[in-house]
Design a protein around this ligand. Structure first.
Ligand code: 13P
Length: 336
């Protein structure tokens, strides 16, 4: 795979007014989401739910790609069409989560490291054959008393860079995701410092591992007040801090940046993205790769009556895609 093809895929992922839907919850995580709305976490329910999302009419208008979980990449719609074919037909690029989740970082209480490098080359080769064109690896950085440590940041960024190099070797665009968690009572300044240190470490590691930035996408967390911080930064402030942080740490040769929602409300996730794009022009397209902020309203509806609310749930997810697509252009307004 040439760099040109990787770059073309990366650019298509952040095409104007389009973003990514993350539906790559592991079976453990989707069980939590299903439990919250009283749905049994059976393989068939997981399949039916993902079919509802992936077959929503018009989904490809504002969605460039979808990140799937291993099980989902191998599943099919009720009529036998594989999800990969269904996505291709709808103009949605298939992506795959390839990390194996987090484990405690030995020697560093309260900190996590993402696992999954062993055997990754073979898994990526198989995923590429099935049709995946981009992948995701999520590292988690926790803010707390005296954490994160430099060791935790470095260990996670080293793994992200090793993963990214392996992806490119298999012709897959790596989406690198160092998520700085919103949990905690820290203020936005602390989030800024941690995010900047993490991004600087990440781009240093990518350079060391010969990763081609032109064929890489960053999935970033926004610079935001901790969930329990008594003083919550407003929309403009979050947008300003996030942009300043990205500009100080992310090379302009990167084709694009997408954000995770991380527990923000649907409206806050959209408003923040919109504000950042209104403050442009920026060095890279800024778009979305939301999981919860794309799905939660649709999941709630679908869970109440899977058959009866099927079409209404699809409309809801399509509307979230439209709102976030407008925000990626800085053209969203609350009433839209
Ligand atoms: P949220 O938008 O729900 O944070 O999920 C995005 C994601 O893929 C996290 O890895």
């Amino acid at each position: 795979m040439s760099i040109d093809q990787l770059e073309a895929t990366a650019r298509a992922m952040v095409a104007p007014g389009k973003g990514i839907i993350a539906i790559d919850e592991s079976n453990t995580t989707i069980k939590k989401r299903f439990d919250s709305v009283g749905i049994e976490c059976s393989e068939e329910n997981r399949r039916a739910y993902r079919e509802m999302l992936l077959s929503a009419p018009g989904i490809g208008e504002h969605i460039s790609g979808a990140i799937l979980y291993d099980e989902t990449l191998r599943q099919s719609a009720k009529d036998g069409t594989s999800f990969v074919k269904l996505m291709e037909k709808n103009g949605v690029i298939p992506g795959i989560k390839v990390d194996k989740g987090t484990a405690p970082l030995a020697g560093f209480p309260g900190e996590l490291v993402t696992e999954g490098l062993d055997g990754l080359r073979a898994r990526l080769q198989e995923y590429a054959k099935i049709g995946a064109r981009f992948a995701k690896w999520r590292a988690v950085i926790t803010i707390g008393e005296d954490i994160p440590s430099g060791t935790c940041i470095e260990a996670n960024c080293h793994a992200l860079a090793r993963y990214a190099a392996l992806c490119q070797e298999s012709g897959i665009v790596p989406m690198v995701e160092p998520e700085v968690l919103m949990d905690g009572d820290h203020d936005i300044e602390v989030c800024y410092d941690v995010t900047e240190a993490t991004l600087r470490s990440l781009f240093g590691a990518l350079y060391e591992q010969n990763v081609m930035l032109e064929g890489t996408i960053l999935k970033a967390s926004m610079v935001i007040s901790g969930k329990d911080c008594p003083e919550q930064a407003g929309v403009e402030e979050v947008a300003e801090y996030t942009l300043r942080c990205l500009k100080s740490a992310v090379p302009a040769s990167l084709p694009g940046i997408v954000f995770l929602s991380g527990g923000q409300s649907d409206e806050a996730a959209t408003a923040h993205l919109n504000a950042m794009n209104q403050m442009g022009p920026n060095p890279w397209p800024l778009s979305f790769s939301y999981g919860r902020a794309m799905q939660s309203a649709a999941l709630k509806l679908w869970s109440k009556d899977m058959a009866g609310n099927f079409a209404a749930a699809q409309k809801t997810v399509a509307q979230r895609a439209k709102d976030n697509g407008l925000a990626a252009l800085g053209k969203w307004s609350k009433a839209a």
